[in-house]
Design a protein around this ligand. Structure first.
Ligand code: FMN
Length: 485
């Protein structure tokens, strides 16, 4: 199975497997598409292609990534863990001792990675139609007004591309964009994110920051924009790694930014750090609550390019689980080997839907010394976007953290709250509306592991209840014979 090269190819593949529903009846991008899509997402229903959207010249695709199977198909695998295994083998650098041995071991791996460097092309589908200056307009897009108290229509599945003003190294992030008018939107990159870092550099240098926004392209590239890659890792290279072949890129018309050649639509323009920020939001967010209005930079559009025939890809976020849960799940599975490189004691981790990524993380560890659970919590709070984790629950290795009920059962049995809860403090996700201050909150680590005498626990620790295996086996056979199983 090959990862699709474009949204069109992905739609065809989904259609072949019966994982896509085409809707011919006209629908309204203002609230109605959300009201139609949310129940389908919650029921783990198919991807939806709305062929006639009121006032729009193009169809709208939604819920493309909304199941484990579709997320796998987007990345060309049956199971997301296949990618984790590929990544694990790429990262196996620990073997040799000594510099020469390290170099000889690392070289073939690096060669493997460089095979995924983006490949520049001259003629790109995303530039078949070129609308410049006054001709460039957001009016060609069926931008969704998702929820009743939203401040307006929002582009919800964009790949926002910027470059470091000094090094030229690009970043791609998925940041929602509120439509202000035909050629202006908000740019909702939170202050901790890659786009904001480039903005700050441009501001210090007194320059405008060129920005390009790709809609669609290879599904792997859409996903990569949402992945919490460390700044050294290039999203386009990562997309190539995911696809198993280089991402095709083309130079934007009005800047030096490179954009995915297979995108459906590209919005080109700039953010000017000299311009005052503008009120953005509220927006019905993936926490299931409205994220509050706040001031953000403004994106000015100077060109729009698109395929002759194009589809507008979108998502709707809201009370979980929604489509974005599966984008997050892909990240969780793919990044496990990277996490294990720094924390080899982590057997598995899971961010359940109700925790909306940053509110709750379960971690199963091979506990090897007193206080090990605390080492892991503190280390996680120091890893990239894990810094936002509000509650971390650490349990012993044998606990299945993919099953939140099992994880809570074990952890709640094993804690004495005054002893086993660590309160800490650190950066809060912008969407944490309960944080005492914006961007800053307290954190809670729960040590749900079995306690050791060396940790001061002198009482007897009970065993889990398990039936004697032979007795259970013969009982199950009897239950089957009696038709009870
Ligand atoms: C559907 C969706 C919408 C998102 N919206 C935003 C947003 O508006 N602002 C933001 O900072 N992050 C948002 N995120 C999370 C970022 O995409 C994510 O943190 C990503 O790693 C950012 O990339 P960066 O590390 O290159 O900045 C969103 C994620 C998804 C899946």
């Amino acid at each position: 199975m090959q990862a699709p090269s474009s949204i069109g190819e992905f739609i065809q593949e989904l259609s072949k497997r019966g994982w896509l529903k085409r809707i011919e009846e006209e629908v309204d991008p203002c609230l109605e598409i959300t009201a139609l899509s949310e129940p389908v997402m919650k029921a783990q229903g198919p991807a939806l292609l709305f062929e006639r959207v009121k006032g729009a010249a193009c169809p709208l695709a939604i819920n493309l990534f909304g199941s484990r199977e579709r997320m796998g198909l987007a990345l060309g695998v049956e199971e997301l863990t296949e990618i984790a295994e590929r990544l694990r083998s790429l990262m196996q650098m620990e073997l040799p001792q000594g510099l020469w041995a390290k170099i000889t071991m690392a070289l073939p791996k690096l060669k493997e990675l460089s095979a995924f460097a983006p490949k520049q092309v001259k003629d790109a589908p995303c530039q078949e139609v070129r609308l410049l200056d006054q001709a460039a307009s957001l009016d060609i897009l069926p931008i969704l007004t998702c929820w009743p108290e939203d401040a307006g229509p929002f582009i919800t599945l964009p790949q926002v591309i910027t470059a470091d003003p000094e090094s030229g190294k690009q970043n791609v992030g998925m940041y929602r964009m509120q439509r202000f008018d035909q050629r202006t939107t908000g740019m909702h990159w939170h202050r901790h994110k890659g786009g904001a870092a480039h903005y700050n550099k441009a501001k210090a240098l007194g320059r405008k920051l060129p920005v390009a926004v790709a809609l669609g392209g290879p599904p792997a590239a859409v996903y990569a924009a949402s992945a919490p890659l460390p700044p050294v890792m290039d999203e386009f290279m990562f997309s190539g790694f995911l696809m198993g072949r280089p991402l095709k890129t083309v130079k934007a018309l009005t800047s030096d930014l490179m954009v995915p050649a297979e995108a459906e639509v590209v919005l080109e323009g700039y953010v000017d750090p000299a311009e005052p920020w503008r009120r953005e939001g509220p927006f019905g967010d993936h926490t299931g609550f409205y994220s509050l209005a706040d001031d953000y930079p403004v994106f000015h559009i100077t060109a729009v390019t698109h395929r002759r025939e194009f589809v507008y890809p979108a998502t709707v976020v809201g009370r979980p689980p929604m489509e974005d849960f599966y984008l997050g799940l892909a990240t969780e599975r793919i990044f496990l080997p990277l996490l294990q490189m720094v924390l080899p004691e982590v057997r598995d981790y899971h961010m359940p839907a109700e925790g909306v990524f940053h509110n709750l993380v379960f971690v199963a560890i091979n506990k090897e010394y007193p206080g090990h659970a605390y080492k892991v919590m503190n280390a996680l709070w120091g890893q990239g976007q894990m810094m936002f984790a509000k509650v971390i629950v650490v349990v012993d290795a044998q606990v299945d953290v993919q099953n939140p009920q099992a994880a809570w059962w074990e952890a709640l049995n094993h804690i004495d709250p005054a002893r086993d809860i660590l309160f800490s403090k650190g950066p809060a996700d912008a969407l944490d509306h309960a944080a005492e201050l914006p961007w800053l909150h307290s954190k809670m680590g729960i040590d749900g592991t079995r306690k050791w005498p060396e940790e001061g626990f002198k009482r007897e620790w009970p065993d889990r209840i398990e039936m004697t295996p032979e007795v259970q086996k013969s009982a199950l056979a009897k239950l089957q014979k009696w038709g009870l199983l």
